[in-house]
Design a protein around this ligand. Structure first.
Ligand SMILES: Cc1cc2nc3c(=O)[nH]c(=O)nc-3n(C[C@H](O)[C@H](O)[C@H](O)COP(=O)(O)OP(=O)(O)OC[C@H]3O[C@@H](n4cnc5c(N)ncnc54)[C@H](O)[C@@H]3O)c2cc1C
Length: 352
């Protein structure tokens, strides 16, 4: 059988890009598939930023000890913003040269942007199409895993790699928390990292920023996850949108609810859009977040009463905290229409 490629390399981190170079040198017809950005951990979160940061630290240390070399320096101050700007510059310059998709394309390697998924023997689905390859090299790296220790003695256990101010990073980290709800509770909260709400792509973790809808989803998701709410933006320069989102009392009450349960997913369809997250609350009501993770269209997202432990015909009052609409005596289920990358959060109170 003839395949599109001799070799499909899945993952464009250090391993994948070395493999792509070797494949090109050997005259192998190869595709390099990367879900995020070529360079992987080493360029974006690992070796490059850490060693660049250490280089600045070394300079500061040398200046601090300059007197022992017979050099007097009047004063030393570290400009953290400039240090982070240097890290970003170095990352971007490597991304534009050594790790640039163009460099690999010039070598004859097809660089495909998207998340690869095996769909059968030799068949890989990526970016809405199927390619075939005789061989596949899986270079997808690794992820930090939380320790499976009941009652882990930590007030916040970091459950993700560092967050970036991009929808890709926020949604991946947020929705990746799905399986971790049993491990969260008073005294041992899961921590998917700080909030990037209101950074608008300008902070030291900037990667384009999010839209208003996406920041709304980000904050609602962190509230439903009972995650620590650590503001990442410069609070001295918050715009009105950011300020009103971060002080949303209804959402903060859900986050701080004394029952201390982390929301869990009650529906996620096979196409990867539409996630419904439910969080039981101390007063017997439920918070439900409807997230439209699809990239294009509005979606109608629903929750059935059976997912909230209610009888089919039980009456409940529903307050849509996002739109402000209130509905009384609702039975069976509730549906709402949500824009792409946006969220609606409702509070469902069973009638007593
Ligand atoms: C803070 C820190 C400092 C470090 N410092 C050093 C150092 O100084 N020296 C050193 O040698 N090592 C260092 N490392 C380790 C080094 O970064 C990693 O060993 C290396 O990056 C691993 O490369 P990889 O290609 O295996 O995986 P990754 O770099 O994780 O790349 C995997 C790639 O696969 C992509 N991917 C995942 N799933 C899919 C999919 N389904 N479809 C398409 N793409 C997918 C990801 O988006 C990612 O780009 C450091 C690590 C950290 C965290």
């Amino acid at each position: 059988m003839k395949h599109d490629y001799d070799l499909a390399i899945i993952g464009g981190g250090s391993a994948g890009i070395v493999a792509a170079e070797v494949a090109s040198n050997m005259g192998v017809k190869a595709a390099l598939i990367e879900a995020e950005r070529i360079g992987g951990d080493c360029l974006w979160t690992g070796c490059v930023p850490s060693k660049t940061l250490l280089a600045s630290a070394r300079v500061a240390n040398t200046v601090r000890n300059a007197a022992s070399f017979g050099i007097n320096v009047d004063s030393l101050s570290v400009d953290a913003t400039a240090v982070w700007a240097r890290i970003s510059r170095i990352r971007e310059s490597i991304a534009a040269t050594d790790d640039s998709p163009g460099r690999f394309r010039a070598m004859g390697v097809d660089v495909i942007e998207g998340r690869a998924r095996f769909t059968g023997g030799h068949r890989i689905e990526v970016a809405g199409r199927t390619i075939t390859a005789k061989y596949a090299l899986v270079c997808t790296g690794s992820r930090p895993a939380p320790l499976d220790v009941p009652g882990l003695d930590a007030s916040a256990c970091l459950t993700s790699e560092d967050i970036f101010d991009s929808w890709e990073s926020v949604s991946r980290i947020g929705f990746d928390q799905a399986e971790l709800h049993p491990y969260a509770g008073p005294g041992h909260w899961n921590d998917p990292d700080m909030l990037v709400v209101g950074m608008w792509g300008k902070g030291h973790v900037g990667r384009g920023g999010l839209t208003e809808a996406e920041y709304r989803s980000h904050f609602a998701l962190w509230c439903l996850l009972a995650a620590p709410l650590m503001i990442g933006c410069d609070v001295r320069r918050m715009d009105d949108f950011t300020h009103s989102l971060l002080i949303d009392g209804d959402l903060i009450a859900i986050n701080q609810d004394p029952l201390g349960r982390q929301g869990y997913w009650i529906a996620a369809d096979g196409h990867g859009w539409g996630e419904t997250c439910a969080k039981p609350l101390a007063d017997g009501s439920w918070a439900v977040g409807f997230f439209n993770t699809g990239d294009l269209d509005q979606r109608i997202l629903s929750v059935g009463w059976e997912h909230l432990g209610l009888d089919f015909d039980a009456l409940a009052d529903v307050h849509n905290l996002t739109t402000g609409e209130k509905h009384t005596g609702v039975t069976r289920s509730f549906s709402t229409r949500v824009d792409s990358h946006d969220v609606h959060v409702i509070r469902v109170r069973p009638a007593v």
